[in-house]
Write a protein that binds this ligand. Structure first.
Ligand code: CA
Length: 217
């Protein structure tokens, strides 16, 4: 899962990006509305964390522009005393909001929920044959036994599971698993695929040669 954070407070941006990367998300950042809009429209993010008050272009203007072309799930960050701003955000097309200063666990839960809704998955648990993926606790069971995956491997499985039955191309996987700062070493998609197969069974991920991958087809 790849996220964009648009936030102009450097400390908050840094700590939020770090926390989200620790959760296994690929994270891009923007510090003003213009750069945020450029990235949001040119990349297929799984969700965007969008501050309201931003330099150059504010979060509401960004969201309004974005919604002309993209339905990327958006979680807005708003100030405690500005309920009119929250209403405006929801009216323009924000999927949810958290009030600053927010509780990190709540922000993470709300993010997972809007990503799930974006992929039309209503339950936190996805079952594909003997594999059960809990997207809330990020635990994967194989025949009832927990399997330990790296954050990257988990993201790969979760992305394919949220798009089960669909053909997911390598280009799309690259876009959703790796952020703008990832080194070429972490980008070894084949290695991650191979490791997931070792842990969850070779047949768990189907290769459609020359096209991409799918699971649960
Ligand atoms: Ca701000």
């Amino acid at each position: 899962m790849r996220l964009l954070i648009v936030e102009d407070e450097p400390d908050l941006l840094r700590s939020l990006a770090r926390a989200l990367r620790e959760e296994g998300y690929a994270v891009d950042t923007a510090e003003d509305g213009e750069d945020g809009l450029y990235k949001a429209t040119s990349t297929g993010y799984d969700a965007i964390v969008l501050d309201g008050m931003l330099p150059i272009m504010d979060g509401w203007a960004l969201l309004k522009e974005l919604r002309k072309t993209k339905q990327t799930p958006v979680l807005m960050l708003t100030a405690r005393d500005r309920s009119a701003d929250r209403v405006r955000g929801l009216d323009i097309g924000a999927d949810d909001y958290v009030v600053k200063p927010f509780d990190l666990a709540e922000l993470l839960a709300r993010l997972r929920a809007i990503i799930r809704r974006g992929s039309k998955q209503s339950s936190a648990k996805i079952k594909i044959n003997a594999v059960e993926i809990n997207t809330a606790s990020r635990v994967i069971l194989l025949a009832g036994e927990e399997v330990i995956l790296t954050a990257r491997e988990y993201s790969l499985v979760e992305y394919l599971a949220l798009h089960r039955g669909e053909l997911v191309t390598r280009t799309v996987l690259y876009e959703h698993l790796f952020d703008e700062n990832d080194s070429s070493l972490s980008n070894l998609l084949d290695v991650h695929i191979s490791n997931v197969r070792k842990k969850l069974g070779h047949e768990f991920i189907t290769t459609r040669r020359g096209h991409g991958y799918s699971i649960g087809a």
